[in-house]
Design a protein around this ligand. Structure first.
Ligand SMILES: Cc1cc2nc3c(=O)[nH]c(=O)nc-3n(C[C@H](O)[C@H](O)[C@H](O)COP(=O)(O)OP(=O)(O)OC[C@H]3O[C@@H](n4cnc5c(N)ncnc54)[C@H](O)[C@@H]3O)c2cc1C
Length: 576
């Protein structure tokens, strides 16, 4: 079936819905294509908050937020992006409030704010209350609020449609191909502008906070076309995954006063970050936890995790401010956080890297900032680069609304002066061929087994600490799995609700983004932010203060580089 719209948004998470809403406000015809029903998007799982210098609890300024974001990103953050972000996120949060988002309140009626990792006052002096929140369900509230607004604006939704291709010819984006889960039918969409907002790829790792559907589909689809992905070596591990599954326990728990302890009950973060301790940025806390375990100070029969202690907080605070994570601890570990400390270890969480874009979300095709006309990206799938080498907690939800709005607005403006492009009669041919190949495959390899092996390999070789030796093994393991993927077998040959086929396709995407990730990790010979190389333990601004762009040409992985946009905050040593 064929469809036409002015603007098509791929993805219905926080970034997609914001982009769609703002595009619609420009008076163009907007459709959203999502493989999930919109309110099931991962944004709905976000817990702790959205950071903005509202200054409701104590003095705060956007410049402080900008500085924290840049320092948190270990100076790989583009400073123009950080400035726009820190200014515009204030207005964006108030706008969400006016749309009806039920934020927690202070007694005086203003939006309540709590502390979060790496967010400070006066350029690093002490932790500051900056995270606006709705208990530990902030993302849920954001997603519901945005979805209601989209319904109000009568946007068209294609739900449970899996995008399998973006049609790009001569650096012009012309349309989208999608597979409808309910019928097995392939649809083509002509569009004047396309916004990619399809989220992250945390399912490449075994221990992860990410939902099952976060498989890097659109990153992989562009990468297959030879387009570059930016800064893929920077993948964030969130310190407090519920041990051993990795289900997230928000940093808001430490924002409310929670403390990490080792086997002797020591508050070990005092040694690693004397000023802000447990509220240091995530990369530092995750490394500290690994080092505690490695040096024999872990907890449990195998001494393989540490504890998140909330027992000193009033039970009422835990029940009111952290209800969901208390329930997770109880359901999955049988631990009541008001009475016992909770076992935790780092969990794969967030992609700082992704599809390179300009400040308006336009997709960049190379190191010379060549644009793909009509193609935009925003949210976790994109890399503007706001988060640099390490994202601060609460800055993703802010990123979604600030850069989602910019991308949606820019796409609509572009669409207003553009025409629909004719698509070749066989526009969906490549997707059809790939889908049929997978559906008809009858090889010996099981998709579930290969995925488990990939996740184990990424866990073993591309985790919190990295070395040349481990990464070389990672490169080899991913290449071998890609070969074996050619020999998978799919049992379900049906047309309707063929989830086995979809999972096989998703494994294909995961393999591509894992390839881009391990090669990028091996390539960057320094330690910066979330990329900790034990064989290159220092940050090397002389050689590596630059963004890497990984791409594949004729089957070979290669790199281009882009300078970091510097500004008033000179790169300095990073202590907290
Ligand atoms: C458990 C958890 C807690 C978090 N807590 C916070 C927090 O408190 N504060 C914060 O700032 N950040 C937090 N984050 C990070 C933040 O929530 C995410 O980075 C952000 O929500 C991503 O939003 P998104 O719009 O980019 O993508 P998502 O919300 O992941 O949405 C992706 C969309 O793309 C669609 N899609 C994907 N592939 C396809 C395809 N092939 N075809 C069609 N559609 C497709 C999906 O259907 C979905 O609608 C948290 C993350 C997790 C996992």
């Amino acid at each position: 079936m064929a469809h036409q719209h002015d603007v098509i948004v791929i993805g219905a998470g926080g970034s997609g819905l914001t982009a769609a809403l703002y595009a619609a406000k420009q008076g163009v015809d907007v459709a959203v294509i999502s493989k999930l029903y919109p309110t099931r998007s991962h944004t709905g799982a976000a817990q702790g908050g959205i950071g903005a210098a509202l200054g409701n609890v104590e003095e705060d300024h956007w410049e402080w937020h900008m500085f924290d974001t840049i320092k948190g990103g270990d100076y790989l953050t583009d400073q123009d992006a950080a400035e726009i972000f820190a200014k515009e996120v204030i207005e964006a949060v108030l706008e969400l409030e006016h749309m009806g988002l039920p934020f927690d309140r202070l007694p005086n009626g203003r939006i309540a704010q709590r502390r979060f990792g790496g967010h400070t006052k006066e350029y690093g002096k002490a932790a500051v209350h900056r995270a606006a929140h709705a208990a530990d369900r902030t993302g849920h509230m954001i997603l519901q609020t945005l979805y209601q607004q989209c319904v109000k604006h009568n946007l068209t939704f294609y739900n449970e449609f899996h995008v399998t291709d973006v049609i790009i010819e001569d650096n012009v984006a012309k349309g989208v191909v999608a597979y409808e889960l309910a019928t097995g039918e392939l649809h083509t969409f002509q569009a004047k502008a396309i916004v990619i907002a399809s989220g992250g790829y945390g399912r490449a790792w075994k221990v992860t906070s990410n939902a099952f559907t976060l498989t890097g589909d659109l990153q992989a689809i562009l990468y297959r076309k030879g387009l570059p992905l930016e800064d893929m070596e920077f993948y964030q591990f969130h310190p407090t995954g519920l041990f051993p599954l990795g289900i997230l326990l928000t940093e808001g728990a430490r924002g409310e006063g929670g403390i990490l302890r080792n086997d002797s009950g020591e508050r070990f973060m005092e040694r690693y970050a004397p000023t802000i301790k447990d509220l240091a940025p995530r990369d530092m806390v995750a490394r500290a936890m690994y080092l505690e375990v490695r040096e024999g100070r872990g907890v449990g029969p195998r001494k393989d995790h540490v504890l998140l202690d909330l027992t000193h907080l009033p039970a009422e605070t835990i029940h009111k401010k952290l209800p969901d994570i208390s329930e997770f601890a109880w359901i999955y570990q049988g631990v009541d956080p008001t009475k016992q400390p909770v076992p935790v270890m780092p969990t794969a969480h967030y992609a700082m890297g992704g599809i390179p874009t300009t400040l308006s979300g336009e997709v960049i095709a190379d190191d010379k900032n060549t644009l793909i006309a009509g193609l935009y990206a925003a949210g976790e799938v994109a890399c503007v680069s706001l988060h640099g080498a390490n994202r601060l907690g609460t800055n993703s939800l802010g990123d979604l609304v600030v850069f989602g709005r910019r991308a949606g607005t820019a796409a609509a403006k572009f669409a207003k002066s553009a025409e629909l492009h004719d698509l070749s009669p066989d526009a969906s041919g490549e997707s059809r061929e790939r889908l049929e190949r997978v559906r008809n495959s009858s090889g010996k390899e099981s998709v579930a087994a290969l995925r488990a092996e990939l996740q184990q390999a990424m866990q073993d070789y591309a985790s919190v600490f990295r070395t040349e030796e481990l990464l070389a093994k990672g490169v080899e393991a991913v290449a071998e799995l890609q070969e074996r993927y050619k020999n998978i077998g799919v049992q379900d040959k049906g047309e309707r609700y063929n989830t086995e086929l979809v999972e096989a396709m998703e494994l294909g995407y995961l393999l591509e983004v894992s390839e881009a990730t391990v090669h990028s990790c091996l390539n960057r010979k320094e330690s910066r932010g979330a990329h900790a190389r034990e064989d290159y333990p220092e940050r090397d601004d002389k050689n590596w203060l630059k963004h890497s762009l990984v791409y594949r040409k004729n089957g070979k992985v290669d790199f281009m580089y882009k300078p970091v946009v510097l500004g008033k905050f000179e790169p300095k040593a990073r202590t907290y």
